[in-house]
Design a protein around this ligand. Structure first.
Ligand code: DGL
Length: 270
C-alpha cells in the first residue's frame, strides 16, 4: 500500500514530510529527478516527458497513486497527463487544487459553479515555467470569480536554496516581493507555489507584511491526500516499503537532502 511522491529534486521533501506526519501508516516512495532539475526553466514538452517517465518508475514500485509534489510539473504537465496519457487504473494528483480549495473555502469535490469569494487580490510566487503555464489562474477560474491574480516568476530562488546560499535566497525573495508589489500594492493573500519556498516563508511574510495571509502547500496537500485515500482506498498501491530514489548521484543527493530537511535521508539510484 505505497503512495508515490514525485519532485524534480529535493524540494518535494517538504511535502513528503507533511504527508508522513499526517499518514504515518502509509509507506511513501519518493522520486527526485535530480539529474534533470531544475524543471522551472524547461519547456512544457520537456517537463511532460520527464514527469511521465518518473511516474512510470513509481508505478514499478507498486504505487498506483502518485502525488506530483512539484508545482512546475503540476502546472505544466498534469492536465495533459490526465487527458492523454494516464491509464484508468492509475491516478496522478497535483498540488494546486488543494491550495485553491483552501483559498476559495471549498470542500473537495464541490463542483458547483464558480462564485464570489472573500479574497480578491492574490499574489502568486512560482518558477518561470509555472507562471507561464497559467495553470493556477485556470484552476482558480473553475472555482471563483472576481479574483485578481498577479504572478511573479521568482528566477534564481530555487538555485540559491539548493546551493545553501541563504543570504542570496533572502535577497532574491525580497526583490521578487518588491517587484510584485509594484504591480499589486496590496495583495490579501500570497501563494508560495514552489516546493522550495516554504523554507523561505518567514522572509516572504516579512517582505509582504503581516496583513497578507501566506498559503504554503505541504499541510493542505497532506490533508487532501488523507481525505482522498479514505474515499478511494483502492488506490493504495501494492508497494510495502518506503524509499527514496533519485536519477542523480545517490550520495550527493542524500547529503543535500539531509541538509535540506535537517534529518537523515538516504537515496538510492533509480
Ligand atoms: N520542484 C519545483 C517546483 O515546485 C521547483 C524546482 C524546479 O524548478 O525544478 O516548482
Amino acid at each position: 500500500m505505497a503512495v508515490g511522491v514525485f519532485d524534480s529534486g529535493i524540494g518535494g521533501l517538504t511535502v513528503l514530510d507533511a504527508l508522513q506526519k499526517r499518514l504515518p501508516e502509509v509507506p511513501f516512495v519518493y522520486f527526485g529527478d535530480n539529474a534533470h532539475a531544475p524543471y522551472g526553466v524547461r519547456t512544457h514538452d520537456d517537463i511532460f516527458n520527464l514527469t511521465c517517465a518518473a511516474v512510470e518508475r513509481l508505478w514499478a514500485e507498486g504505487c498506483d497513486l502518485v502525488i506530483l509534489a512539484c508545482n512546475t510539473a503540476s502546472a505544466a504537465a498534469l492536465k495533459r497527463m490526465q487527458e492523454t496519457w494516464l491509464p484508468p487504473n492509475k491516478r496522478v494528483l497535483g498540488v494546486f487544487v488543494p491550495l485553491i480549495e483552501a483559498l476559495t473555502e471549498r470542500q473537495w469535490g464541490d463542483n458547483s459553479p464558480p462564485r464570489e469569494v472573500d479574497v480578491k487580490h492574490v499574489a502568486l510566487f512560482a518558477t518561470p515555467a509555472t507562471v507561464a503555464s497559467r495553470a493556477f489562474q485556470r484552476e482558480l477560474a473553475f472555482r471563483a470569480i472576481g479574483v485578481d491574480v498577479e504572478a511573479q516568476p521568482c528566477g534564481g530562488v530555487v538555485d540559491a536554496i539548493e546551493q545553501g546560499d541563504e543570504i542570496l535566497a533572502e535577497a532574491l525573495v525580497r526583490s521578487h516581493v518588491e517587484a510584485l508589489k509594484r504591480r499589486m500594492p496590496h495583495p490579501q493573500a500570497a501563494i508560495l507555489g514552489c516546493t522550495h519556498y516554504p523554507l523561505m516563508e518567514k522572509t516572504f511574510q516579512e517582505a509582504l507584511g503581516p496583513e497578507v495571509k501566506v498559503y504554503s502547500q505541504a499541510n493542505l496537500v497532506a490533508e487532501s491526500l488523507a481525505d482522498y485515500l479514505q474515499r478511494r482506498p483502492e488506490f493504495m498501491g501494492s508497494g510495502t516499503q518506503s524509499k527514496f530514489i533519485t536519477t542523480g548521484d545517490a550520495v550527493s543527493v542524500s547529503n543535500k537532502a539531509t541538509q535540506f530537511l535537517r534529518k537523515k535521508v538516504t537515496f538510492e539510484a533509480a
